[in-house]
Design a binder for this molecule. Structure first.
Ligand code: OGA
Ligand code: MN
Length: 223
């Protein structure tokens, strides 16, 4: 008897179509832009989590680089950030979904992605992030960057676009509007990018898949 309520096996995991497209994009172009990409309701859950973290005043002014190289923001970037952990249901769901993507990309592209870290970003009116690379200087562990946007009803007049440059020589770039549910991925070392000044509150979730750079002196956390 045919059970019509089940998805036929050839259609498999509902993520497969999206994850395959992302893998093909990364392999052929090095970046991938996906409107309305999230599993049902995950965007809303993250939006609510963002609201509750903001209420708890859990957002911090961002800085550039790590440890001694910290440069207090202001001239380079103008957002406030809050790390996403598995302490909340929405956080667990987001990190779980990205983990599924990590496993898929490792199988498909042999990327060797080892861990994923992610934070909310809030740019207030006037906020921006000048052209930069996500891979820290002297550390090459960030390999694949992700950005998810959480802005309902974004209009062109609000500005705040992401501009993704295809290598150091590219001055024109690809323009992405920060529309709710759009997920962007790009190779961290190959795509300089910037956030154009926004004229409205602008919310995003930035994330990075990292390689395992453990040494005998420093052990990377697994995820
Ligand atoms: C970042 C970043 C882009 C964006 O946080 O490193 O580049 O569109 N964010 O929010
Ligand atoms: Mn960046």
């Amino acid at each position: 008897m045919i059970n019509t309520t089940r998805t036929p096996p050839e259609f498999g995991d509902p993520n497969d179509v999206l994850f395959s497209r992302i893998a093909d994009d990364i392999r052929t172009k090095g970046y991938s832009v996906n409107p309305e990409a999230l599993p049902e309701n995950l965007g809303e859950k993250l939006y609510q989590l963002l609201g509750s973290m903001a209420k708890k005043q859990a957002f911090n002014k961002s800085s550039i680089g790590r440890d001694q190289q910290l440069i207090q923001k202001g001239t380079v970037r103008g957002d406030e950030t809050c790390w996403i952990t598995d302490e909340s249901a929405a956080g667990r769901e987001w990190l779980g979904w990205m983990h599924d993507l990590q496993v898929f990309l490792n199988r498909r592209l042999f990327l060797g992605l080892f861990s994923f870290e992610s934070h909310f970003s809030h740019y207030r009116a006037g906020g921006f992030y000048k052209r930069h690379l996500d891979a820290f200087q002297g550390e090459d562990n960030r390999v694949l960057s992700t950005v998810l946007y959480l802005n309902h009803n974004w209009e062109s007049k609000h500005g705040g676009e992401l501009i993704l440059f295809n290598g150091k020589q590219d001055l024109e770039g690809i323009n992405v509007k920060p529309n709710f549910g759009t997920v962007v991925l790009f190779l961290s070392e190959e795509f300089p990018h910037e956030v154009v000044a926004t004229h409205n509150d602008r919310y995003s979730v930035a994330g990075w898949f990292c390689l395992n750079t453990s040494t005998s002196k420093k052990i990377d956390p697994p995820s």
